[in-house]
Design a protein around this ligand. Sequence first.
Ligand code: FES
Length: 168
Amino acid sequence: MTENGSPEEGLSRRGFLTWAIAGLGAFIAAALGATGTGYFISPAFGKREEDWVDLGLAKGFKQNEPLKVDFVERKRDAWATVERRSSAWVVTPNGREFVAFNPRCTHLGCPYRWSSEKKEFLCPCHTAVFDIDGRVVSGPPPRPLDRFPTKVVGGRLLIQPAASKEAA
Ligand code: FES
């Protein structure tokens, strides 16, 4: 009802209020839905900066002297973060470019070591030999050593253990 009592205007005002309340409800539902959806799917699609692991100052690595570096790898599985100890063999030919080898032999996964006398990586399990670039010199491994992606940021060497891949 209006001041002058017209039933059409009263109905119009009631209709407007009904639509306004419905609109407000829809807006609140959409806002909550977007927030909730983002919360639930963001672990699957969010940026994963934590996948990069800091191995220390890049200038701390000597040229052509492979160094085994231990680190803690953090893997996020949906909402849980799992930590595990791991390592990488880091090689730099010039102090600017870096290679980080997966520490597992590409035959059956045994850990191998660097021999500074022979200048080769040696796997004790089935006597495989790899050169400093990870190429198979002898033994049963079907491919060169796998590598972790590397990058230098702010003078620090970072690797991405979750993205270990075969040499190109
Ligand atoms: S696991 Fe390394 S040679 Fe077999």
